[in-house]
Each structure stands twice: as C-alpha cells, then as structure tokens.
Design a protein around this ligand. Structure first.
Ligand SMILES: [Zn+2]
Length: 303
C-alpha cells in the first residue's frame, strides 16, 4: 500500500527547468546534480520495493519534526510489527571506512551516513512515543548503486550493500505482515505531519526578465524551433512535438517558476517566444484552461 508515493521533488523539477534558462553558479550546479543523483537512487529503491509480496505500507521522502529538531526519512516501511527506516545513498565508486570515518578512494572524507541514520532513528523513536505507539524499529543505509564498493566495513553495520539487496528482499518477503487500522492511522498521521516547506531548499534567485524564454526540448537541453503549422522541432536532437503539447508543457514550467504571474495570451506568447501567432496561443489557452474575469484583466487558470 503506497501512502506517500515517490515523486520528483519540486526543488529538483524547478532546478531542472531553471538550469536550461539561466547560468547556474558552480555551487548551484553541484547542488542540482546532488539532488538529481539522490532522486535517481530513491527511484531505484522504489522500483526495488515493488518486489515486496506481503502487505506493507510504504512512505517516501518524509520530513518530520520532533521537539524542534527536523529529520528526514527517505523511505519508511510499516509492517505488522516492525517499522523499517531506509536512508538511501546512490554513491558510486570505491569507499572505505577508517575507525568511524568514511572516505572516498582518493581519501576525501565524506559525512558518515550512519550518524545521520542514528539521529533519524532516535528522533523517530521519540515521535512514536509522542504518538503513544510502540513498534520495533529497524534502520539501514541502503547503497543502491551497483557500482558502489565499501572496504573495511565491519560485519555488524546496519548497511545494505548492492550485492545484498536481493537477499534482504527475500528476508522481508519471508515474514508475513497483516496490517490493521492502527498501521493505517500511523501512516496517515505521518503524512499529515510531513513538513512540505523544507528549510533545506536552495533555489537560486531569478526573475522573469532574466531567464531565457522559449520552449525547451523534452529530451535534451536545446530549445525547440518552429517546423510547420502544427509541429516544433529540436535543433539539438531532431525530435518533433505538436505545438499544443509543447505549449502546455511550457506553461507548466511557467506556473512552477512564476507562481505569482498570471497566465494570459501575452504572458504565454512572450514565454513561448518561438510561436509567432498570438492567435495560436489564445486558441490553445481557450481549449485547455479556464478563462477568469473580463477584458484586459482576464487570465486563465487550470481547468
Ligand atoms: Zn532535443
């Protein structure tokens, strides 16, 4: 049972739109790449968890708070008696542990992911106490990337390496899990306590006049140019898209990037840039959105 599905984070979506329309600083680019890598890893975990056979509740990407401390849980599984917390890492390459410190092969120290896990578990345990619920908790750092290797790890660490994923899944599937109202209520409570506005979000500053206008290609980083009356073509990869679908896709980007700007024939005409005829824009808006207001102050909203 999927109570909180795995979806692309808004911050990542926004950065992917923005990266094609504005030069990001190297720090912003790095942050964007890290988010992308993290999302890719979590998607792989979501695909892996589709192999679960018995009844479980799965919650992805929770940001919770206990006593003023925020903590994040990448994946949470609720079974009959046990709650599993997974911290997902999509690291690639060779890493090693020396005493309690973690390093890349080239010797750069990275954050010890077990400390992060430990903190989340202890805050989650206190949250359950506040909820007046008792469950046993098992927590693991999952290394989902098959290209990841870890040297000098002791045997008893709560980690799941890529080569252990199949066996771990087999073990999960060996335990039978029957859920009842108590489990569903817990999941609902966690979803409702999830904090939507993350203070960790790092969005670069931008404004409408500064970003590049036009319709970006759905497949590559280029912009589309006009091809014929009904299609646009990408100069980068050659793919073609119907004008209407391309405009609607571009309006979605406009809405996410500029939530305070109104959708009007003029604003979308300027935003799409490549479509010369305002009539075409008006026709697409009329067909797919709802007109609000009259005359010059009218604008469109989602139907
Ligand atoms: Zn393209």
């Amino acid at each position: 049972m999927l109570m909180k599905p795995h979806i692309e984070p808004v911050e990542l979506k926004l950065l992917s739109y923005l990266s094609k329309r504005k030069n990001l600083s190297s720090k912003e680019k790095l942050h964007y790449l890290n988010l992308e890598k993290g999302y890719e890893g979590e998607s792989k975990v979501a695909a892996w968890l589709e192999n679960l056979t018995s009844e479980w509740i799965i919650l992805y990407d929770l940001l919770l708070e206990n006593n003023g401390s925020l903590f994040q849980i990448d994946t949470l599984l609720i079974s009959q008696n046990t709650i599993y917390l997974f911290e997902v890492k999509n690291y690639e390459g060779d890493f090693f542990i020396n005493t309690d410190n973690w390093y890349t092969q080239s010797g750069n120290e990275i954050k010890n992911p077990l400390l992060q896990l430990k903190r989340s578990v202890s805050l989650f345990r206190r949250l359950l106490q506040d909820y007046k619920l008792s469950f046993s908790i098992e927590a693991y750092v999952i290394f989902i990337n098959p290209e990841f290797t870890l040297f000098q790890a002791s045997l008893n660490l709560p980690i799941i390496l890529p080569t252990q994923l199949n066996r771990f899944m087999k073990n999960l599937n060996m335990s039978t899990s029957i859920l009842n109202d108590k489990h569903v209520k817990l999941a609902e409570r966690l979803v409702s306590d999830h904090i939507h506005q993350s203070p960790y979000t790092q969005i670069p500053k931008y404004d409408f006049h500064q970003v590049k206008k036009g319709i970006t290609c759905p497949l590559c980083t280029s912009f589309l140019t006009s091809c014929n009356d009904s299609q646009l073509v990408c100069e980068g990869c050659g793919c073609k898209e119907d004008i209407e679908a391309a405009v609607i896709r571009n309006i979605k980007q406009f809405q996410l990037l500029f939530p305070d700007r109104k959708i009007t024939t003029s604003s979308i005409h300027e935003w799409c840039k490549v479509i010369e005829s305002k009539k075409t824009i008006r026709r697409i808006l009329k067909r797919n959105y709802t007109l609000v207001g009259f005359g010059r102050s009218s604008y469109y909203i989602d139907s």
